[in-house]
Design a protein. Structure first.
Length: 190
């Protein structure tokens, strides 16, 4: 140990006096540079935590908005489908009535029953959620199996017509996908 009262430490090779921070470091064993870094690290962690929380809140809000938009779209499409089903039902009732007046009374009666059942189903389906509609379809199939099969046949026919319908052709291509030569007399429909 030295008898030096100048505040120079034995660990200071140049014998310079200690600063206040160095004196605190020696006495407490904590380096003041580490305190600043720890504080900066904590501040950074807090900032990241706040950003993550804000992102979670934003994502949650966006998810809720998307769910609401999807629900509105599904509701609109469901109501459109119910109105279209009412149109199909009315057409079946009309065809059934016409067939009943001809020599095909049995087929006419079935068509009319199917139309009446579909009409009632369409009215009940409007304003219901999808789970309720699925339950209604199951009940309808149990109570009116003939009408349900007729509806399935009509839906299959409509689906096959939709799937086999040719898409609109792009200008300059024929149905086989090859290039088509257009004459000057043909109008351009692009």
């Amino acid at each position: 140990m030295t008898n030096d009262t100048t505040g120079r430490g034995s660990g200071d090779p140049l014998g310079r006096p200690l600063t206040a921070a160095q004196g605190i470091e020696r006495v407490s064993g904590v380096q003041t540079g580490d305190i600043g870094r720890d504080s900066a690290d904590r501040n950074l962690q807090n900032a990241v935590r706040e950003d993550v929380n804000e992102f979670k809140q934003f994502a949650g809000e966006q998810t809720e908005q998307a769910k609401a938009a999807i629900s509105r779209a599904v509701e609109d499409e469901k109501n459109v489908a119910a109105r279209q089903l009412e149109g199909v039902a009315a057409a079946l009732e009309k065809v059934g009535s016409e067939l009943e007046q001809s020599d095909q009374r049995a087929i006419g009666r079935y068509a009319k029953q199917i139309g009446t059942s579909l009409h009632g189903f369409a009215r009940k389906a409007e304003g219901r959620n999808l789970g309720e509609i699925a339950g209604m379809v199951e009940d309808f199939g149990r109570k009116q199996p003939l009408a349900f099969l007729g509806m399935a046949a009509i839906a299959g026919l409509a689906a096959s017509r939709f799937l086999t319908a040719s898409p609109p052709r792009r200008n300059g291509q024929d149905a086989s996908g090859g290039n088509r030569q257009t004459s000057e007399k043909e109008p351009y429909n692009g």
